[in-house]
Design a protein around this ligand. Structure first.
Ligand SMILES: O=C(O)CCC(=O)C(=O)O
Length: 260
């Protein structure tokens, strides 16, 4: 795994302050081009035929998703799961010193862990049959002592509004949101006026290959469909401090976290 082309920018107060204020931070060109190519090649090779474990468009239950695997587009792979176990290129990125150093600083962690239970995947958003992802916080289905986890989303190719890039609501990780603002699946209800006001502040994120987005597990985010012909590939891993433990018996505790 190569070191980034540019010396890693130290997460000084400015970066930490920006993350604390906005709930996310983008570091441009953090991953080397060669590492991105290796990960993309691995992901593409695992798409046809699909190498398990994977999640399909029919499984996600998002707005507009096909109703079953037999429906048109239902068997389109949406996520290649278990990325860490798939190839050394993913393991190298997950534990890359640049990633680890930044996440440690953002979480104030001296003993960092990577969850094998959440994200740990390659998002494979295909043109044609991809569904939109509504506004949500990742922590909604996660169970830890404290809602203090950071995910790192690495773009292996360009991410734009046309191919279904992420949108975020800056600062939303600091909002205290009552249960009634979310629907049964814990997506933000756009019909609630306070939510509509929040959503007005949303910004689209444009990423180039090698750009890494660090985001808080409470940050509200959403994403569009991929309306291009090319699959969009993004690698996502999630980190927590060793003292912020998954709750025993929950999905968050299904597999041990990896020491970073
Ligand atoms: O559809 C997307 O690209 C976003 C996925 C996402 O937000 C998630 O898995 O938490």
């Amino acid at each position: 795994m190569s070191e980034p082309a540019e010396p890693f920018p130290s997460a000084g107060n400015a970066a930490r302050d920006a993350f604390a204020r906005d709930g996310y931070l983008i570091l441009r060109q953090l991953a080397a081009a060669e590492d991105c190519r290796r990960m993309a090649a691995q992901a593409l090779a695992a798409l046809n035929p699909v190498v398990a474990p994977a999640e399909f468009e029919a499984d996600v239950g998002y707005a507009g998703a096909p109703r079953g695997r037999a429906a048109a587009g239902g068997d389109t792979p949406r996520r290649l799961l278990g990325a860490y176990a798939r190839d050394a290129s993913f393991r190298g990125w997950a534990r890359h010193p640049s990633v680890a150093r930044m996440v440690r600083q953002l979480l104030g962690s001296a003993d960092l862990r990577m969850s094998q239970c959440h994200h740990n995947c390659v998002m494979t958003k295909h043109g044609g049959h991809s569904s939109a992802t509504l506004w949500h916080q990742d922590i909604r289905y996660w169970s830890f002592d404290r809602p203090e986890l950071v995910s790192v989303w690495l773009a292996l190719g360009a991410e734009t509004r046309a191919n279904g890039a992420l949108w975020v609501i800056p600062g939303s990780h600091r909002e205290s949101l009552r249960r009634g603002r979310f629907d049964g699946e814990l997506f933000l209800r756009p019909d609630v006026p306070d939510n509509a006001r929040l959503i007005e502040a949303a910004v689209p994120l444009t990423l180039e290959p090698g750009d890494a987005l660090f985001f808080h597990c409470r940050l509200l985010h959403a994403a569009g469909r991929n309306d291009t012909d090319a699959v969009k590939l993004s690698v996502v891993f999630t980190y927590h401090d060793a003292l912020n433990q998954p709750i025993p018996g929950t999905r968050s505790a299904q597999y041990p976290s990896i020491v970073v």
